[in-house]
Design a protein around this ligand. Structure first.
Ligand code: FES
Ligand code: FES
Length: 141
């Protein structure tokens, strides 16, 4: 028998109408860039955040994903979820939350893992930039 795998409607929706596709200037001090790859399939996801330094909240987010439909849908959901949230909160987003939202089957879990990793990598990049700025400031004093 042929095993048919059909995507959940949320996947199809996010795949056909991905939210927040694009790129920010990675040299903008308020931008964090997360670039991650899935060893299992070679797919690549770039997710960026724009942070309001005063409040520590993500004001905008975008992505570019070279990957399967589930990876594209996962990044689209991720950018929607993290907007408006503080950095400490978004790093707690689990790939299982995204997978559940999209009803991803077990073979597609690594696709949502890309989104979790990309969020964490973007936050880390932003933080490393800010700490460099801080130390540059204190050196200048
Ligand atoms: Fe888009 Fe839920 S269907 S975030
Ligand atoms: Fe690799 Fe989906 S099959 S990210």
């Amino acid at each position: 028998a042929i095993q048919r795998f059909s995507y959940h409607e949320n996947v199809v929706d996010h795949y056909n109408n991905p939210r927040n596709v694009g790129a920010f200037d990675k040299n903008d001090p308020n931008v964090g860039t997360g670039l991650v790859g899935a060893p299992a399939c070679g797919d690549v996801m770039k997710l960026q955040i724009k942070v309001d330094p005063e409040s520590g909240r993500i004001v905008d987010s975008c992505f570019k994903t070279f990957g399967c439909g589930s990876a594209i849908a996962s990044s689209s959901v991720a950018t929607e979820w993290i907007k408006g949230k503080p950095l400490e909160e978004v790093v707690t987003i689990k790939n299982s939350d995204i997978a559940k939202h999209l009803s991803l089957p077990p073979v597609k879990l690594h696709c949502s893992m890309l989104a979790e990793d990309a969020i964490k990598a973007a936050v880390k990049d932003f933080k490393s930039k800010t700490s460099k700025q801080e130390s540059a400031k204190s050196e200048a004093v």
